[in-house]
Design a protein around this ligand. Structure first.
Ligand code: FPP
Length: 233
């Protein structure tokens, strides 16, 4: 059997277009996107994937119309509140990356509760990128290294890759082996720019709300057929 990716990162794109095709509100596309996420999470768990990181809300998404942001926040709250017990039962550990301080208190509290409830779990790590942007993450990492320097917590002025990694939101995660982006767009959109250095990229035309467990398996097959050399020959 070929090796399974340990960490899969996903850009869940195409919710808006899915809704438009059906003459529905964009929020309906996001709602259907949550259904797709449920199925993918289940399949990833079944396949023994260790970490699944999904791009749920980017630092740039705040520029969307207020009504869409409100709908996304509501969905997020509903999802975290409604799903964390079931995920806990499945031994899933919920974590996040991104700067949560911009979310309202209610959301922050529910996320903290879900993380606390599931923190000892040893199954799939479901990692949600929320108010996440890779440039923002790197900026925060650099600031935190400067804080350490000011506090006399480090030696010398040289900075290593390891030190930077320890200050990124992903400090406890291996780099993704596979990135999947749906909806035919072929760019990274400020997602995990440091961590994707050697990741295999799989792009599919399928819109996120239509993405199924079977599609996940297909993407993994494509990954398994790639020759990963990490810059070596
Ligand atoms: C991109 O599609 C998708 C998003 C910006 C949000 C993704 C969110 C979800 C799938 C649901 C919420 C997640 C959780 C964890 C509850 P788009 O709106 O940019 O689509 P478009 O490019 O077709 O307009």
């Amino acid at each position: 059997m070929k090796e399974m990716p340990k960490h899969i990162a996903v850009i869940m794109d195409g919710n808006g277009r899915w809704a438009k095709q059906r003459k529905k509100m964009r929020a309906a596309g996001h709602r259907q996107g949550v259904e797709a996420l449920r199925e993918v999470l289940e399949k990833a768990d079944e396949l023994g994937i260790r970490h699944l990181t999904v791009y749920a809300f980017s630092t740039e998404n705040w520029a969307r119309p207020k009504a869409e942001i409100k709908a996304l926040m509501l969905l997020l709250l509903e999802y975290i509140k409604g799903e964390s017990k079931a995920l806990h039962k499945k031994n899933v550990r919920i974590t996040t990356i991104g700067d949560l301080t911009s979310f309202d208190d209610k959301i922050q509290k529910e996320i903290a509760k879900a993380k606390a409830l599931t923190k000892e779990n040893t199954g799939l790590n479901f990692n949600i990128a929320l108010n996440y942007g890779a440039r923002d993450e790197i900026k925060r990492a650099v600031s935190s290294i400067i804080d350490d320097e000011r506090a006399g917590k480090r030696e010398g002025l040289a900075v290593s890759e390891e030190e930077i990694e320890k200050h990124l939101d992903t400090r406890n995660l291996p780099d993704p082996d596979l990135l999947i982006r749906t909806s035919g767009e072929m760019r990274l959109s400020n997602y995990l720019l440091w961590q994707l250095a050697y990741t295999e990229l799989v792009f599919t035309e399928t819109l996120w709300p239509d993405f199924t467990g079977k599609d996940l398996e297909e993407a993994i097959k494509e990954y398994q057929n790639r020759d990963r050399r990490f810059g070596k020959i």
